[in-house]
Design a protein around this ligand. Sequence first.
Ligand SMILES: Cc1cc2nc3c(=O)[nH]c(=O)nc-3n(C[C@H](O)[C@H](O)[C@H](O)COP(=O)(O)O)c2cc1C
Length: 183
Amino acid sequence: MAAHIHILGISGSLRAGSLNTALLRNAQAMLPQDTSLEIADLSGIPLFNQDHEHDPPAAVHEFKAKISGADALLFAVPEYNYSIPGVLKNAIDWASRPVATQPFNNKPAAIAGAGGRFGTVRAQLHFRQIATYLNMQLLQKPELMIPLAHQKFDANGVLTDQEARDQLRTLVDALVAWARRWR
Ligand SMILES: Cc1cc2nc3c(=O)[nH]c(=O)nc-3n(C[C@H](O)[C@H](O)[C@H](O)COP(=O)(O)O)c2cc1C
């Protein structure tokens, strides 16, 4: 029997109707066997203050523990002003300190994004720069950018576009295989 793979999903949007959080929920519904996906809650994470990097607030402590305990990370990243949202950057900044023990190091990860005309391509490029510094083991391919995402989910957040669904399933399968290689 294959070892269980636990994925932590991290959405860059706190919006109740977030399409990126919805993307993670759709991924939860198409997991391969022996795989689980939990969605992190970033809403309680305060603004980063380096004075507290050694004694972070409880929400940060919990977030870091979830990253450490996960076999892989799946980021769903909206594009804000051609980059990643501050909410996500702030959470990553907290988790990245102190550097010597930061939990992203060597963590298998993948990125996806639901956005406008270009499907978050610019935000994803910025994210890849951050992931490089943090030494995440970020899948290069497949890429998953969902352009005109507001047309591709129904009112319940179900991803209805078949091409996007197939791409999401392929990405999740690739991430699980990647995580197994890193175990
Ligand atoms: C502050 C802000 C900046 C945005 N900047 C961009 C952008 O640069 N490019 C883009 O395609 N969409 C941009 N958008 C649109 C969002 O990507 C879009 O609303 C997306 O659905 C947000 O993700 P969510 O549904 O997960 O909340 C922006 C939205 C906000 C609120």
